[in-house]
Ligand binder design. Structure first.
Ligand code: LLP
Length: 438
């Protein structure tokens, strides 16, 4: 059950224009007051590709990848679950990041994008034999082993062909990061990893060190996602460091999880700040001569994109509220209903205007919970047919999309230097039938 509380108080959105700090790096306003990203007018993109549409600032993505490499070194991985398609996998590889994949589908995308095996990190709490085989065949550089059953599977596969795989063992430090319960993973009571306190982690290390099937490279710990307080990573490092230092292994991964600002009041650290603090903490804890790895997903992709919608229906309930229904919803953003996540909105053709009008922005699905923004601020007097956009939708938006109500998932467009390119086309009616057998 979602912890989403329909009666919870929500932040009252400011009526000022949308803050540029929430928009992709290359956002500008043209002479008509309209938003451009990557030199492309957003209304023109909407006209060409239709709405809803995800528009990603390619240079923003590239610059965050470079920041990650500068902060953590060339073995830092982008967590593909945040947003993945062939173009994204290629971009990440071009920018010198490794790619973290967490399923056969993500691995297949990496393979089809030509990401070399040694640049792939393979995650998952329940990897199947088929997935492990696929990873071994492709020469995946690091398999992050999550359970004793997975060690069994790797040993069985090794007994058939003698292939040895390089492995990090995922441990749970027993730290609860301050984030939503569904995306907190470091606590003892977790489906992920080997608990340090219970002794499971030590037993797994002993087994991995003794195994012919495994080349144990290091330890991995991921405490959760959308973590604002970077001290949480330090708390985990304090627990992990005592365990790790005794093992004499070359690598320690702190996982991903760095939070990003979604609305004006959110304060988030940058990747560079996270990297610097991690280095300092490791040095203080005596973790030296070790490769420190990380796997940011959201911090690379979230702020790189906006989702553009068209308003289709207004409903005004005097004394209650206004509704503005757009042509997307769960299908492109499940996060508000799943985690109670907040977003802001603006009109891409009226970017600099104040936003005095109030409306609940809802999608087109057959559920009252299909809410994108509970209490949105909008420029005065928007009409049916006008565009509105939500910033910071580049992570866990398209990737968590669905075909609920048999609606097609929206297209994804990368913009850069005045050019737009379609990297994922929108699903059409025929796509929705492609698996049906009549
Ligand atoms: N590494 C591991 C092992 C992970 O499980 C995750 C995210 C990451 C890295 C990347 O975390 P990030 O840097 O993106 O926070 N659907 C949720 C987020 C789920 C995250 C799952 N694991 C959301 O929309 O907030």
């Amino acid at each position: 059950m979602s912890e989403f509380d329909a009666t919870a108080a929500v932040n009252i959105e400011p009526t000022a224009p949308v803050p540029f700090s929430l928009l992709p790096d290359s956002s500008e306003v043209d002479e008509n007051g309209e938003l451009t990203i990557g030199g492309c007018n957003i209304a023109e993109i909407a006209a060409e590709y239709g709405t809803p549409v995800f528009v990603y600032d390619e240079q923003h993505l590239r610059s965050r990848c470079r920041e990650a490499v500068a902060s953590f070194g060339s073995e830092v991985a982008y967590a593909g679950k945040a947003f993945l398609c062939i173009a994204m996998a290629k971009l990440v590889n071009e920018e010198g990041m490794c790619l973290d994949v967490a399923s056969a589908g993500e691995l297949y995308t990496a393979i089809r994008a030509g990401v070399p095996g040694n640049r792939i990190v393979f995650h998952g709490n329940n990897k199947s034999v088929r997935e492990l085989q696929m990873a071994r065949e492709y020469g995946v550089g690091r398999i992050v082993v999550d359970s004793a059953d997975e060690i069994d599977r790797l040993e069985n596969l090794h007994s058939e062909d003698g292939q040895v795989v390089s492995v990090l063992l995922r441990v749970t430090p027993g730290i609860r990061a301050e984030t939503h319960e569904f995306i907190s993973t470091g606590q003892e009571d977790s489906k992920f990893g080997f608990g340090i306190k219970s002794g499971a982690a030590s037993a797994a290390v002993d087994r991995a060190k003794a195994s012919n099937a495994i080349n144990l490279l290091g330890i991995h710990s991921h405490i959760g996602s959308q973590v604002f307080r970077i001290e949480s990573f330090d708390k985990a490092l304090v627990v992990v460091s005592d365990f790790f230092k005794a093992l004499d292994l070359p690598e320690l991964s702190i996982g991903g999880g760095l939070g990003v600002a979604y609305v004006e009041d959110d304060i988030a650290a940058s990747i560079s700040e996270w990297g610097a603090q991690t280095k300092d903490t490791c040095a203080r804890l005596g973790i030296t001569d070790v490769r420190i790895l990380a796997e940011p997903g959201r911090a690379i992709a979230a702020q790189a994109a906006i989702t553009v919608y068209t308003i289709g229906t207004f409903k005004s309930l005097p004394g209650i509220r206004n509704y503005a229904a757009v042509d997307g919803g769960f299908v492109d953003n499940i996060r508000p209903v799943l985690y109670g996540s907040e977003y802001t909105s603006f009109a891409p053709q009226r970017v600099l205007e104040p936003r005095p009008d109030r409306a609940r922005i809802v999608g087109s699905h057959c559920e009252s919970g299909d809410i994108i923004i509970r209490e949105a601020s909008l420029p005065q007097g928007l009409n049916v047919g006008d565009l509105i956009a939500t910033p910071v939708t580049g992570a866990y938006g398209h990737g968590m999309g669905s075909n609920y109500n048999r609606m097609g998932r929206p297209p994804v467009v990368f913009v850069s230097n005045g050019e737009a390119r379609l990297v994922v086309r929108g699903e059409m009616l025929e796509d929705l039938l492609r698996l049906d057998i009549d």
